[in-house]
Design a protein around this ligand. Structure first.
Ligand SMILES: N[C@@H](CCC(=O)N[C@@H](CS)C(=O)NCC(=O)O)C(=O)O
Length: 377
């Protein structure tokens, strides 16, 4: 059924991590859109019955097509053709782009949530104002309490907090040096890697008073990149002769290497432990193709693993969704020639990132009817 506006509708809110990804993409491409809050009556009457849970962002096209999931929204437009595609031609850049997007959208959730909720006292007025917009103070209270309660399953504990903060500061320093030389991660336009990182680095870390102040004072060029990502088109006055393409010859900029090193140091062994947990779960329960990963659509976790983050023991919840992101790296790799695949694998191995490719495990995670399901065969 067609929706009433002649432009795309984006259901979301300014302080939402995943809405930011879709919004930045729409603005970069110059796609006209109208952003509506979840309090809009159409969200309850038209969107929720389709997507089966309360989750944002949701795109509703002028023809009435509904797309949930930030990365699916990007791919929806990529398939239609856009001005500044987020996928580089170079296979290594593409695959690294997905791994960096995984880091931003999944591995940095603890950073985003820690800085928002551990420092709640110091930024309560701001958070309350933001959460109440469009839904009122009572609902805001409910949602804030729910979000705050997510910290333990994300592995935000007294022991991990110093490491989460060290990780954020390390990331800021690396990116500050990188953005002194390049407008975006892989060159002259945002890639899927930039869209992945902007999620936490805009909505929480670039906006909430405590981390945003740290970003501005410690890493001004990262703050500028956040502005650049949220601006319409390409906002690159500091780089007048740079051009709007990705770096030629599938090059990985020198200044990005410390980020890749940090990702390799931080995502393992947690990722390997989570994959092993899902392997066991699937072996034990043998779900059928298309079976939802959890009994209720809003349940994202299928269990928890004892693992570690930067050497500190931690228990972390396992979201099958992570496979939905990382399988994209495998899918892209499979498109390359045998020779190209070998080159990219060697480049990943050199950087300690080859295990970020889930590979063929006899199952993977797909999204059907807007929810995560097991895919077999
Ligand atoms: N994989 C989804 C994740 C979306 C997501 O987690 N959105 C958050 C807001 S940033 C949400 O709606 N959370 C609702 C809840 O957890 O109750 C995407 O990329 O769109």
């Amino acid at each position: 059924m067609a929706q009433p506006d002649s432009v795309h509708r984006l259901y979301g809110v300014p302080h939402s991590l995943y809405t930011g990804i879709a919004r930045c993409y729409l603005r970069t491409q110059g796609i006209e859109y109208l952003e509506l809050p979840t309090g809009h009556p159409d969200f309850a009457s038209r969107i929720m019955p389709t997507i089966q849970r309360s989750i944002i962002p949701v795109l509703e096209t002028p023809a009435g097509e509904i797309v949930q999931d930030s990365l699916d929204i990007i791919d929806h437009f990529e398939n239609e053709g856009v001005r500044y595609s987020a996928y580089p031609q170079g296979l290594l850049q593409r695959v690294l782009g997905v791994i960096i997007a995984y880091y931003g959208t999944q591995a940095m959730l603890p950073h985003a949530m820690h800085y928002r909720w551990t420092y709640r006292d110091q930024q309560e007025g701001f958070l309350r104002d933001q959460f109440a917009a469009g839904i009122g103070p009572d609902m805001a209270d409910k949602i804030m309490s729910r979000m705050n309660s997510y910290l333990p399953q994300l592995g935000v504990t007294e022991r991990t907090i110093p490491e989460i903060e060290a990780s954020f500061e390390q990331l800021l320093d690396t990116l500050n040096s990188h953005f002194a030389e390049h407008p975006y991660l892989f060159g002259g336009r945002p890639s899927v890697a930039d869209y992945g990182l902007i999620g936490p680095l805009f909505a929480h870390l670039g906006r909430d008073p405590v981390p945003a102040n740290l970003m501005k004072t410690r890493a001004p060029k990262v703050f500028r990149w956040v502005e650049r990502m949220t601006a319409p088109g390409l906002d690159t006055p500091e780089f007048p002769d740079y051009g709007d393409d990705f770096l030629a010859d599938d090059a990985v900029p020198e200044t990005l290497e410390p980020l890749l090193q940090q990702i390799a140091d931080e995502i393992f062994p947690m990722l390997t432990d989570k994959l092993a947990f899902m392997d066991n779960l699937v072996a034990e329960h043998q779900p059928e193709d298309g079976q939802p990963v959890s009994p209720k659509p809003h349940q994202r976790y299928v269990g928890a693993v004892e693992t570690s983050f930067r050497g500190v023991p931690v228990q972390a919840g396992v979201q099958p969704y992570l496979l939905y992101v990382l399988r994209k790296a495998d899918d892209m790799l499979a498109e390359g020639s045998t020779q190209e695949q070998a080159r990219v694998r060697a480049a990943l191995a050199e950087r300690g990132l080859v295990d970020a490719l889930p590979g063929d495990r006899g199952y993977t995670v797909d999204r059907r009817n807007h929810i995560e399901v097991w895919q077999r065969a």
